[in-house]
Design a binder for this molecule. Structure first.
Ligand SMILES: Cc1cc2nc3c(=O)[nH]c(=O)nc-3n(C[C@H](O)[C@H](O)[C@H](O)COP(=O)(O)O)c2cc1C
Length: 327
């Protein structure tokens, strides 16, 4: 996830119970592409011993071919994904990310080049369509026929951004006919919802984005449900511990992060919707000025008499906190 899944953040998630694998921020592949060192570091970091998938966003087969070969030479990277879903207008207008969904033939030719020049595991992450989901299964089949090893589907169109619910039924239909594993994505709020999808559809896995930022225990909870064990229920004091880890990571980043409080708020926006149903923490933390005041707000809402209260792992649905950068 752009501006989220750096090495430090993934290692925090791993400390609470890692997913089977992580996904790094994407590399933009164009005429002046270079592999950003912080993204490479994040991939090489193998948080909790787990692999990190590299992702390309681009549309030029020539540069993508070169980038596949160059990435192979870095060694130690064995999973590569093509972004066919990013809905940010500044991205899709360049005909990359979600913009590719308007041109099925282009998707096929890019993936063909990737398949020919990348020996490791190849995957694609798509949305249901650009304006509508009408041609979803055709695009899905095009991607499968290009030789991917698995495919992740976010159950929304590009135009929807993050509005409306993710259509898990459409993903399930695709999984029914797919010869390769399908990973469902979008609005998987809780471990229970993840289990429901794994049990009731032919999807082989789930990808969890925003809801893992909000609830870093979600992967551990899924594994506990799978094993029939009691599911860990975090308290607000546990959440305060998570805030400390997030702040520790922010502090360790290089000094060009001038506003540490706004970076921490970016993460707390997700977390806050599970703290109290009235949104008091959300509103107070947003108004806090400077890191000291922000940490005091966290103490007041998450410690003391609140420390033993349950964190709502599913989040309070009436509270909405949109991320700064939606991809
Ligand atoms: C801040 C942010 C950054 C994201 N960055 C990426 C990205 O780099 N590559 C990608 O394939 N998806 C990216 N996504 C989309 C997520 O992977 C995921 O598809 C989407 O958030 C829906 O899943 P969720 O409901 O579990 O969050 C990003 C989403 C957000 C909110």
């Amino acid at each position: 996830m752009q501006d989220i899944t750096d090495a430090g953040f993934m290692s925090i998630i791993a400390s609470y119970g890692p997913p089977d694998f992580f996904a790094a921020q994407y590399f933009r592949i164009h005429c002046q592409y270079c592999f950003d060192s912080h993204i490479l570091d994040a991939i090489f970091s193998r948080p909790g011993g787990k692999r990190v998938v590299a992702q390309f966003i681009g549309e030029d087969e020539g540069y993508i071919r070169d980038a596949c070969l160059a990435l192979s030479e870095t060694g130690n990277i064995d999973m590569l994904d093509l972004n066919i879903g990013c809905p940010a207008p500044k991205i899709y207008k360049k005909n990359v990310g979600g913009g590719l969904l308007r041109e099925r033939g282009k998707i096929a030719s890019i993936l063909k080049v990737m398949r020919q020049n990348w020996r490791g595991c190849l995957s694609a992450k798509m949305r249901l369509g650009f304006d509508s989901a009408d041609g979803f299964l055709d695009t899905f089949k095009t991607i499968i026929d290009s030789g991917v090893d698995y495919i992740t589907v976010h159950g929304r169109t590009v135009r929807q951004l993050y509005r409306g619910g993710a259509d898990i039924r459409a993903i399930a239909e695709a999984a029914e006919i797919s010869p390769v594993p399908v990973v469902a994505n979008g609005d998987i709020f809780t471990a229970e919802k993840a289990m429901e999808i794994l049990k009731n559809t032919k999807c082989s896995g789930v990808m969890i984005g925003r809801h893992a930022v909000r609830n870093p225990w979600i992967f551990r909870q899924i594994n506990q449900l799978k094993a029939g064990e009691k599911v860990f229920e975090p308290t607000l004091a546990d959440v305060r511990g998570y805030v400390d880890k997030l702040y520790g990571n922010i502090k360790s980043l290089n000094s060009n992060i001038r506003h540490k409080d706004s970076r921490l708020k970016k993460f707390l926006n997700f977390v806050a919707v599970g703290v109290d149903p009235e949104g008091r923490f959300l509103s107070h933390m947003r108004r806090a000025q400077g890191i000291d005041q922000l940490l005091k707000v966290c103490d007041a809402h998450l410690l003391g008499s609140n420390a033993d209260k349950r964190f709502n792992c599913g989040g309070y649905k009436t509270l909405v906190a949109r991320p700064n950068h939606e991809n």
